[in-house]
Design a protein around this ligand. Sequence first.
Ligand code: THU
Length: 156
Amino acid sequence: MLLLGGHEYPIVRPMVAEALPEELQRALLTEAEAARAHAYAPYSRFAVGAALLTADGRMVRGANVENASYGLTICAERVAVAAAVAQGERSFRAVAVVGPAGANPCWPCGACRQVLAEFASTLWVVVRDAGGHPCARRLDELLPEAFGPHALAEAR
Ligand code: THU
């Protein structure tokens, strides 16, 4: 943790992300699929499930939660991050995201990429490709040159 102006910021250490075995990618996608069952998406009817893999091997679920005031909708990935942090988890290895079957791969939206980057620049992001197979990309590939805690830390 970095203490700055009385606030604590996580230090995101750049490191080489260890490859995520395909079996683990599949297990995480299965968990995200299960989380999807609890999505609250009456407006878009686009239910999304997410599963975060913590550094110590736990999985934390999230699902999108929409609102009649549409702009207040929270994506599945951000729900998973908030749930994990509230459970004391801040170190993540991967996130899997599953949208409706037959839709395009459900890569995280820009806002979710930013929120994920707060905690893990080297996170693996796993989705299902058109054939239903796991497809993994590193978060720093999906959100290069991200604004993050380091930017605040370097400010004078
Ligand atoms: N959504 C997610 O939960 N995650 C994403 O990565 C993309 C979009 C949700 C938000 C909204 O409830 C619905 O999908 C349609 O945009």
